[in-house]
Design a protein around this ligand. Structure first.
Ligand code: TMP
Length: 198
């Protein structure tokens, strides 16, 4: 089984690229599962609702632990015994490093311990779709902002820089893709890398 993850700040076009890649891989007869985080299990979707859509106050620590609570459930239910050829993740643990670590300022050591504790497999490849914060938000202009999206530009600047720092530290695994290119150009770029992986 291969694990391919997609990361990036809001508005970079992850979902579109995941759908296009799913179609490409299905045409090659691979069995595919798409998982989004937080969520993708019954418990995980309830946790997602608390994290993103509820009016509840959450401390940064509580936010981090809820992300990992949903993640631990997902790994147990959908990853450890998966019979799929390829799992495509719409965000995975790098998001906790970027958002809760670099964005909220929580300890990267604690986050790395949680990654180990919850048995997170290391992705075979990660696509970091990168765009300037203002451009990402322009694309999501009409959407209602959820709890994390309401955090403001300086928070997302830290998240973006965190992702780029992570990519710099994991050059073999994390491929930075310029998300200001056209949808088709990005897809072709991704497919070229995937063809080498499979
Ligand atoms: P999305 O699935 O619509 O992109 O929303 C998920 C939101 O949750 C997004 O703002 C990123 C955030 N998030 C974290 O802060 N930490 C995490 O570990 C994950 C998976 C997501």
């Amino acid at each position: 089984m291969k694990i391919i993850t997609f990361e990036g700040i809001e508005g970079v076009g992850k979902s579109t690229q995941i759908q296009m890649l799913e179609e490409y891989l299905k045409n090659k007869d691979y069995s595919i599962e798409i998982l989004r985080e937080p969520g993708s299990t019954d418990a995980g979707e309830k946790i997602r609702d608390i994290l993103l859509n509820s009016p509840l106050t959450l401390s940064n620590e509580s936010e981090l632990l809820l992300m990992f609570s949903a993640r631990a459930q997902l790994i147990n239910e959908k990853i450890l015994n998966s019979d799929k050829d390829i799992i495509l993740f719409d965000r995975f643990y790098d998001a906790s490093i970027a958002y809760q670590g670099y964005g909220r300022g929580l300890s990267l050591n604690v986050i790395n311990s949680l990654i180990k504790f919850s048995n997170c497999p290391t992705p075979d490849i990660t696509f970091l779709l990168d765009i300037v914060v203002e451009e990402g938000f322009k694309r999501k202009f009409n959407d209602k902002k959820d709890r994390i999206e309401s955090a403001g530009n300086s928070f997302f600047q830290k998240v973006r820089n965190g992702y780029l720092e992570l990519a710099n530290q994991n050059k073999d695994r994390i491929k930075v893709v310029d998300a200001s290119m056209t949808i088709d150009t990005i897809h072709k770029h991704i497919v070229k890398i995937i063809d080498k992986l499979l």
